[in-house]
Design a protein around this ligand. Sequence first.
Ligand code: ME8
Length: 503
Amino acid sequence: MARYITTPIYYVNDRPHIGHAYTSVAADAMARWWRLAGEEVFFLTGTDEHGQKVERAARDAGEEPQAFTDRMSRAFRDLTVTMGLSNSAFIRTTEPRHRAACQALWKALAEAGHIYLGHYEGWYAVRDEAFYSEEELTERDGVKYAPTGAPVAWVKEPSYFFRLSAFRDKLLDFYEKHPDFILPETRRNEVIAFVKGDLRDLSISRTSFAWGVPVPGDPGHVMYVWLDALTNYISALGYPDDPQGLWRFWPADLHMVGKDILRFHAIYWPAFLMGAGLAPPRRIFAHGWWTNEGQKISKSLGNVIDPVALVEEFGLDPVRYFLLREVPFGQDGDFSRKALINRLNGELADSLGNLANRSLSLIQRNCDGRLPAPAEPIEAGFCAQLAALPAEVAQLMDRQAFDQALAAIFAAIREGNGFITRQAPWALKKTDPARMAAVLRQLHDALRLFATLLSPFMPGSMARLLDQLGVPEGERDLAALARPLPEGLPLPPPAPLFRKIEA
Ligand code: ME8
């Protein structure tokens, strides 16, 4: 089956930080999981380069917007490498193909009668690139703020509008028919409440600045940056034509986003698509927000976490593991060095690393470095747990419950450590070598299972573990687990997978 997954396209007003890395790693784990399950995956990420916020950042940097966005976008492209992303493409909204797609979508909406010209008068937050109604604002020291904390300013200008209000019932009907369209469920309820409230038509063009996609037939207007940005998900597939045969990936299976931008994805985006006669995406997952050692992450507080520095210090896979294990996916979480070090030392190095090292060293020493033959199960309970694991993990991954999937795998790894301690294969060499071989074979099979299931989360280190386990390159997906490795397979000498960190 063809699967399509996306990250948000990130604003290039600033350098990437841990929040961007988080969303991207979550999407990457999902993309890799689907590939592991044999699906064909298109995984998209990229940068959002138009609008007032980016234009201002360019001006503050003393650069032309295009030169500025070229430079800043590169940092996000580099982040895909730093975080080990397996993205299929990287889209920039300043690309001609994207501009053409935006204009095509606009024309489709206009031809269907969903766009009209009027005047916008109201509050706008450049930081969020969002319009707010008076009731949503709070005032401090004479300045009005959006619920996000962004200051707002009064805007009054001619504007095109999208007849969003006309989509109210269609949207509600769509949410009703697709109960898993918005996850987690609490967020779904918020969206439904918003749509049931006073859903007004949406201003979709601006005239007070020029850094954007010109409105077809009225170049004094540039498109509202969110209409422009959301279109990336289809422009990357070649909309409105299909030059590369990628349109078969639409509708997207999953738009992975932070909770801050759910409204745009779960309300505006499906309405635009419905208006243009296109299918809405299948799911929006809105994950939670990271704080740093208990504090809101912000530039002014000077506590922004640089993902590059983090990966340099702890290694890529421990960071990926921590991000997806520490916090129930969908909820807010707190980043703390102590918590990261605990997970790295306790779970990766001690639990998984030691199990692999002990088992493989015993095979190396006691079996001439060759894989023992498959044998009858030694402990029925442990075997049953292992047999049930892939389906359990698959079910959790279907709902993006990454933390729970990892918890289930590590529960089995802990059981594996219990198994090796109880069976004490090191003591069996003289007394019962057949049983020793059977125990080690069972451990090898278990490690192969763990490494395979963990590979979407920690691709690099799990590839190294699979190398040490002698699993051929082409035998590393879920289906291959059903094919036992041959007896006598030579195994390379084991090497430690994770380096412990002194707190
Ligand atoms: O909103 N915790 O871009 P953006 C968790 N260009 N996630 C965080 C985070 C934090 N503290 N901070 C940021 C935009 N994120 C638009 C998107 S899509 C068509 C256009 C993540 O650069 C989270 O995924 O402000 C959030 O939704 C995203 O970065 C916002 O990135």
